[in-house]
Design a protein around this ligand. Structure first.
Ligand SMILES: NC(=O)c1ccc[n+]([C@@H]2O[C@H](COP(=O)([O-])OP(=O)(O)OC[C@H]3O[C@@H](n4cnc5c(N)ncnc54)[C@H](OP(=O)(O)O)[C@@H]3O)[C@@H](O)[C@H]2O)c1
Length: 329
């Protein structure tokens, strides 16, 4: 592909939202020794993509402008680096790009072999692309932070999942129900039946007083809260946590970080656990396997062509996606 150009969508400064995205022609990237070049069939967007554009992760991200956003990709291998052992042209794969380099909103992207996984025929490109940041975060929160065994062998555990209709939340509900759990979930009124269909045992409308209180309708105390929403203070969670209950906060505010520190240094039994995704290839393989077996599904909010990537961007920024926002060729 040397010397060829491709269509890509990038931004060249902070801010601007969907209107700040620019459609450009850039060279097709060449795979380094340990990389594969993919022709992309789907990408999924995550809030972190537009948070990078907003400057919320500066000075770390992006490493430079112009920046082609999106990390979650699925496609077909078209070229491999000289050191690549496990993939060849024609393989269908799913891969995660580093947020430092980005590169997903383009026709082609190079991915590290170490974070590329085979995609079986039963798993569509869109289903696979959705799994990356959102699915891996839900998996990490439940297994590593909350200690849930997804083979159902653990002790009975009561879980609350906030924003259960979103990208992370909809995977979290399904994964939690593979464990020995009772799941209470929050979402908006329009998504109550949807979240129940994912397996939640009881669902609260977050815009009602009962929902805002987070009180379990069946009177349960929560052993773990997978907190995928924002803006809920510790004082709201605290009364409904079990004796050793944990709030696993995937978007911790400065105030939440303060609570985390206070709970830690006072040896509080109830803890706040800030969580940052550490993406692991074996966990992605596990999730792809669950989708193949029909035990986990990616719910697609909407699909947009790359030529209309700004619509997908606006949809994600709006904060009301049900499942994943997908960008196709
Ligand atoms: N720490 C990490 O490594 C990590 C990884 C992934 C994501 N995150 C963060 O986690 C958050 C969630 O990500 P996401 O991809 O799931 O977002 P998302 O897909 O954009 O979430 C949208 C959904 O959240 C629902 N929602 C919003 N506020 C709510 C509330 N107060 N109560 C209940 N539901 C609410 C919305 O429902 P309505 O439309 O009905 O309002 C919508 O369905 C983001 O802040 C993201 O940056 C962090």
């Amino acid at each position: 592909m040397a010397g060829k150009v491709m269509h890509a969508v990038q931004f060249d400064g902070y801010g601007g939202g969907a209107a700040g995205l620019k459609h450009v022609e850039v060279p097709v990237p060449a795979p380094k020794k340990d990389e594969v070049l993919l022709k992309l069939e789907a990408r999924s967007l995550n809030p972190v993509d537009w948070k990078i554009q907003k400057g919320m992760l500066r000075p770390l991200l992006p490493s430079k402008f112009p920046y082609i956003p999106a990390s979650d990709i699925a496609g077909e291998v078209v070229e491999v680096g000289s050191g690549v052992k496990n993939f060849k042209a024609g393989d269908k794969v799913v891969a995660m790009l580093s947020h430092t380099t980005g590169g997903g909103l383009a026709e082609f992207a190079v991915a590290k072999e170490s974070f590329t996984v085979n995609r079986p025929a039963e798993v569509s490109a869109a289903e696979a692309a959705g799994l990356l940041v959102a699915g891996l975060t839900a998996h990490q929160a439940l297994t590593q932070a909350a200690g849930i065994k997804l083979d159902g062998s653990g002790k009975p555990t009561n879980i609350l999942i906030t924003a259960a209709s979103g990208g992370v939340g909809h995977y979290a509900v399904q994964l939690a129900k593979l464990g020995n759990t009772h799941v209470t979930a929050t979402c908006g009124a329009r998504n109550i039946e949807f979240v129940k269909s994912l397996g939640a045992d009881e669902v609260l409308d977050y815009k009602t007083p009962d929902g805002a209180s987070l009180k379990s309708p069946s009177g349960r105390k929560y052993d773990a809260i997978i907190h995928c929403a924002t803006g809920i203070p510790w004082s709201t969670f605290e009364p409904y946590l079990s004796e050793h209950g944990k709030v696993i906060d995937i978007t911790p505010s400065p105030r939440a970080m303060f609570t985390f520190a206070v709970k830690k240094i006072t040896f509080s039994k109830k803890q706040l656990v800030p969580l940052l995704l550490t993406a692991k290839r074996e966990n992605l393989e596990f999730l792809v396997g669950l989708v193949k077996e029909g035990k986990l599904k990616t719910v697609v909010d909407s699909k947009h062509p790359l030529s209309k990537a700004e619509d997908a961007w606006a949809k994600s920024m709006d904060g009301h996606a049900t499942g994943k926002v997908i960008v196709e060729p």
